[in-house]
Design a protein around this ligand. Structure first.
Ligand SMILES: [Fe+2]
Ligand SMILES: [Fe+2]
Length: 288
């Protein structure tokens, strides 16, 4: 595996290349994740025995596009403050960061916006429009975007899209047309064990992972992430997913808390659809 690792434990970030111009910047704890994260995997595995009881680690992902213009997707969390600055400085070298796009204002996504702007003072911040609580995240002068807005980086063309699964209203997703890159933010959150750090989804298969395991994981984790699912209509959910998959040709599935899916994408998307159907209809009693 070709990964460059910075820091350790809660500061740790691994960097991998998805394409020559797109980098996966991934925080996960690795060893001792259970100690930091409270050992939730054992509880999940009690509810669904198809879940790995040692999978106590969750990614925080950022992505960097290096085209004629450079774009960073999200900033990682407060504990990765110094490491993300070091990673950016290594990857960008003499180049500037032109755009910083914030998916939604939560600490694992937006915490380092101010620090990154201190390092790259000319960057353009971008966040979803329609709200006025941006001061606390240092986003008060962000360019406020609408769904459907487009941004050309060079060969890569970004489109801001409306999310179908979100944990609060101040959220947007992002799609890049040339590569079929989708950042669906919190959707499809999964957990991993310490031997699976920084693996692409296709590499996870050597550790016993599969689309089916992914389906079981997401069916549980997404009940927790999107508590509103228990009141959702399963037919409407399935329709929304089908319409979304028909509209966007997804070739790289690059979420905020999921291993990057770059191969066998249709198999994982089908598993994801089934996971959401189960998340809506199953009585897991995880959310009280
Ligand atoms: Fe979130
Ligand atoms: Fe998140």
């Amino acid at each position: 595996m070709n990964v460059k690792i910075y820091g350790e434990g809660i500061n740790r970030i691994g960097v991998r290349q998805i394409t020559p111009q797109i980098y996966w910047i991934c925080h996960c704890i690795g060893k001792d994740a259970e100690k930091h994260n409270g050992g939730f995997a054992a509880d999940f595995a009690r509810i669904n025995p198809n879940i790995d009881p040692t999978a106590n680690d969750i990614n925080y992902n950022s992505y960097l596009f290096m085209d004629e213009k450079t774009l960073l997707i999200d900033t990682l969390g407060p504990a990765q403050h110094n490491t993300i600055l070091e990673v950016l400085s290594d990857l960008l070298g003499e180049r500037q960061l032109d755009y910083l796009w914030i998916s939604h204002t939560e600490l694992p996504h937006a915490a380092n916006a101010t620090a990154i702007r201190r390092q790259y003072p000319d960057l353009q911040l971008m966040a979803v429009g329609g709200h006025d609580h941006y001061e606390i995240h240092g986003l008060e002068d962000a360019l406020l975007l609408d769904y459907g807005d487009e941004l050309k980086l060079g060969e890569h063309e970004i489109e801001i899209i409306k999310p179908i699964f979100l944990d609060h209203a101040l959220t947007q997703w992002l799609y890049e047309r040339k590569t079929g890159f989708l950042c669906p933010v919190d959707w499809a959150l999964m957990a991993q064990n310490e031997h699976q750090s920084f693996l692409f989804m296709d590499e996870m298969e050597a550790t016993g992972y599969s689309p089916e395991r992914f389906m079981h994981d997401v069916s549980i984790t997404n009940c927790v992430v999107f508590a509103w699912l228990r009141w959702a209509d399963p037919d409407q959910i399935a329709e929304a997913i089908d319409a979304f998959f028909a509209k966007y040709d997804i070739r790289i599935f690059a979420a905020s808390h999921t291993q990057v899916i770059r191969k066998d994408v249709p198999a994982y998307l089908a598993a994801l659809r089934e996971a959401m159907r189960r998340a809506v209809t199953a009585d897991y009693n995880l959310v009280y």
